[in-house]
Design a protein around this ligand. Sequence first.
Ligand code: FES
Length: 115
Amino acid sequence: MGKYIENRRKPKREGKKIKVGMEGDVPPGRGATVKLKDGTEVALYNIDGKFHAIENFCPHKGFPLADSRTYGNIVECDLHGYRFDVRTGECFTKKSCSVERYDVVIEDGWIKIIV
Ligand code: FES
């Protein structure tokens, strides 16, 4: 990826469903950092009651996207303003900076991310 930083905390794709919290733990319009047992991280968002998960890492300089502000389905990196769609991981600022997305399911009130 050229001058961009590699995400060393990107979860391995294993098709595993991981329970990360209860629906009420993440208020609407907010992002949360989900730290998995192996130290990898996912950014989880509640957008109007729908949950989305992407890499917790801005490929530009590595800022954690879970800590950045959301505007509807868009998260804007707080450091230099790169914008991502939380539903797809697509980066609108620079296509090559798109991040991975993860499926999120709700079961009995539990949020589960498929890594
Ligand atoms: S670290 Fe520069 S835009 Fe995210």
